[in-house]
Design a protein around this ligand. Structure first.
Ligand SMILES: [Zn+2]
Length: 290
């Protein structure tokens, strides 16, 4: 991609971003970088994103292989019902005003691309550069960035919604970035999520059962849960798809695929709990919710 094309994609995004070092606003230079008043400079990549993390330190586990596997299973439609549920919750709970969505942990960009194609103004971040690179391979108007969840390079109140789909949360940052009345859409794995795979490696795991109680409890402490959809379905799966699932889930992490006997597995269960929640500050300032 020509840098000019990338600059065009980011035009109009200056109000969304802020410098992660000094919190000042940016100007977007035609040469392809964001520059703040204090001279901090972040270059756009010709691949179509901006990197706010120098060093891009990601572990080997979150490598290219992982995100290419994820892309494969997303492309084959396994997460279509999840995407539909995310969209429904957004439409129901997002406040009136600009439809700005931040996908905070976008991976290879499946949900971000879907919303962008439907006309939402989507920003998407991941701290793994390989994830963002993988996402950028599909053409989309999404403004991608490599950034830190603990220091989101977005101005306060700049997003009407934050997505956190099967990825970690930082509630302090989410509350800051959300506009008054803005909604958090958070998906966590259900207890049966990819259960067929976990069964294959049960002997290698310290605990075979997965529990999401801690994650949901943490959310309830930090946010006001307004809505909840439970999504559970089982689909037939090929050997190649199964391998892709295996490589993409942290639930089997630490057990090399060679040690897992996947030969008997013919289907896979997707189980997700998807929440709409309001954060302190967001909800109380919303005129419609008073
Ligand atoms: Zn700065």
């Amino acid at each position: 991609m020509k840098i000019k094309t990338v600059v065009q994609k980011f035009q109009g995004s200056e109000a969304f971003f802020r410098c992660p070092i000094c919190n000042q606003p940016f100007s977007l230079r035609e040469t392809g970088s964001f520059l703040c008043a204090n001279g901090h400079c972040f270059d756009l990549s010709g691949k179509g994103y901006v990197n706010f993390l120098s060093g891009c330190g990601t572990g080997a586990y979150y490598g290219k292989d992982l995100f290419e596997s994820r892309r494969a299973v997303f492309e084959e439609g396994f997460y279509v019902p999840a995407a539909q549920t995310v969209r429904t919750l957004l439409q129901k709970h997002m406040p009136d005003g600009p439809r700005v969505v931040l996908d905070a942990g976008c991976g290879e960009g499946y949900y971000a691309r879907m919303l962008s194609a439907e006309g939402w103004d989507v920003y998407a971040m991941d701290n793994a550069r390989e994830a963002v690179l993988s996402a950028c391979r599909e053409p989309a108007a999404v403004r991608y960035m490599v950034a830190d969840l603990a220091n989101i390079p977005a101005a306060g109140g700049s997003a009407g919604a934050v997505l956190s789909i099967l990825s970690p949360a930082n509630y302090g940052e989410f509350a800051r970035v959300l506009a008054p009345g803005g909604v958090l859409i958070k998906a966590v794995p259900g207890e049966d999520y990819l259960r067929e795979l976990r069964r294959c490696v049960a002997a290698h795991l310290s605990r075979a059962d997965y529990s999401n109680k801690k994650i949901i409890g943490h959310m309830a402490e930090n946010a006001d849960i307004a809505d909840h959809q439970s999504l559970r379905y089982t689909l037939p799966v090929s050997g190649r798809q199964l391998e892709a699932f295996y490589r993409m889930t942290p639930l089997t992490s630490g057990v090399p695929i060679e040690q897992a006997d996947l030969s008997q597995v013919r289907e896979i269960t997707i189980h997700m709990e998807i929440f709409a929640a309001f954060l302190p500050g967001g909800r109380k300032d919303h005129p419609r919710k008073r």
